[in-house]
Ligand binder design. Structure first.
Ligand SMILES: Cc1cc2nc3c(=O)[nH]c(=O)nc-3n(C[C@H](O)[C@H](O)[C@H](O)COP(=O)(O)O)c2cc1C
Length: 392
């Protein structure tokens, strides 16, 4: 019989070799209903897949016979030191994957020496994350219909010492993630199949229903109607709170309540990057929201060179979307990104093993990035340049 490769089947974190293995582990530990919420993209999932295939079209060009024995990943992000050019992206409902989701992500980021971004729709209060996790904390902002919500979040984040505000601008209209919707017969009501599937995950079910309770949208809880702040009830009202009338004028409004660093997340053109610069923003995040909003949208990595050329070093450019490998990270840094935001990569780690799983995901990505640097003939991320990347 010829030898056949077998997919990853181990149940232990230590045996996972890469982010894809952590995804497999998470898939087994978390019910389909929670996994699908993380995994899916909008409509045909063309943006979601395009985020990955965009990396296929970029090849790395090494320099040979360079002494790379002094390699290190340290860099600066938004003017402050970071141990690696990575940031954990804001994701809502993290405690659906693990009962201490937000805290586990924030603690693993703090231990690694990189910033963590808490979502407005987090399942842990921003004050609790600041108190119990520490590290460099960024706060993501949705400006929802009731502007008092955004005001409250900005004032509380400033009081709790958050370093930066990440204003997400690509959710003015709520994306349609059909695979996620298929698990519910009505908003907030799982189908029989999805409900039965949770029974196959007794530890998850015990944590959610008994030990910790169903996760709640803790940051915005006081603004939601009674009985509508849980992951189940909230999902029936939250999509309706997203506001189609947010504009560039809102930057001035935000500045009344937020004096710290301000990043705009959801920029995908040079013109919008220049506008953010002109309005005094401190950075941009090139992002299509991990393929969860506009379908058939360009990948951030595809527009990175033109945006970097337009801002000419006057504005830090952070990027996200589909980053699962050190090679992906190195490509973005070579093309001029200051840092990469990790969405699903660290969420797979979270589902696979809580804080230890997130730490494992970060360790894998740092090890891979370090190895790629060495193979390209570089000792640090500052030595990367566009000539290290070529279109296939
Ligand atoms: C489960 C999930 C929830 C998300 N929630 C938010 C959110 O609350 N606010 C936000 O700005 N972006 C949110 N995003 C988008 C991420 O911040 C990030 O842009 C995206 O995940 C990057 O793509 P990747 O997952 O392929 O790395 C979410 C993404 C996922 C996967």
């Amino acid at each position: 019989m010829p030898w056949k490769r077998r997919p990853f089947r181990s149940g232990t974190l230590a045996r996972a070799r890469n982010i894809a293995d952590l995804r497999e582990l998470a898939l087994r530990r978390v019910p389909g209903l929670a996994f699908e919420y993380v995994e899916g993209g909008a409509e045909d999932e063309s943006t979601l897949h395009g985020n990955r295939t965009a990396f296929e079209g970029l090849r790395l060009v090494p320099r040979t016979l360079v002494d790379t024995s002094r390699r290190q990943l340290g860099t600066t992000i938004l003017g402050a030191p970071a141990a690696a050019p990575l940031v954990i992206a804001p994701t809502g409902l993290n405690n659906m994957l693990h009962p201490e989701g937000d805290l586990a992500l924030a603690r693993a980021a703090a231990r690694r020496g990189i910033p963590f971004t808490l979502s407005s729709l987090s399942t842990t209060r921003l004050e609790e994350v600041a108190k119990r996790a520490g590290g460099r904390l960024w706060m993501q902002l949705y400006v929802l219909r009731d502007r008092a919500i955004a005001r409250d979040i900005m004032q509380r984040a400033a009081a709790a010492g958050y370093e930066a505000l990440v204003f997400t601008t690509d959710a003015n209209v709520f994306g349609s993630r059909e695979w996620d919707q298929r698990n519910f017969s009505a908003p907030g009501r799982p189908t029989l199949r999805a409900a039965l599937d949770t029974l196959r995950h007794p530890r998850w079910l015990y944590n959610m229903m008994v030990r910790f309770g169903i996760p709640r949208f803790r940051n915005v809880e006081s603004f939601l109607p009674p009985g509508k702040s849980s992951a189940v009830g909230g999902s029936t009202v939250l999509p309706g709170l997203f506001e189609a009338n947010i504009t560039w004028d809102d930057i001035a409004w935000i500045r009344q309540f937020w004096r710290g660093k301000l990043l705009i997340k959801g920029v995908l053109t040079a013109a919008d990057a220049e506008r953010a610069l002109a309005l005094g923003c401190d950075g941009i995040v090139l992002s299509n929201h991990g393929g969860r909003q506009l379908d058939y949208c360009v990948a951030a990595i595809e527009v990175l060179p033109e945006v970097v050329a337009a801002v000419r070093g006057r504005l830090p450019v952070v990027i996200d979307g589909g980053f699962r490998r050190g090679t992906d990270i190195v490509k973005a840094l070579a093309l001029g990104a200051e840092a990469v935001m990790l969405g699903r990569a660290t969420l797979y780690g979270l589902g696979a093993g809580g804080e230890a799983g997130v730490a494992r995901a970060l360790e894998m990505l740092c090890t891979e990035t370090d190895r790629v640097l060495g193979m390209l003939g570089c000792n640090s991320v500052s030595e990367l340049e566009p000539a290290h990347v070529r279109r296939a």
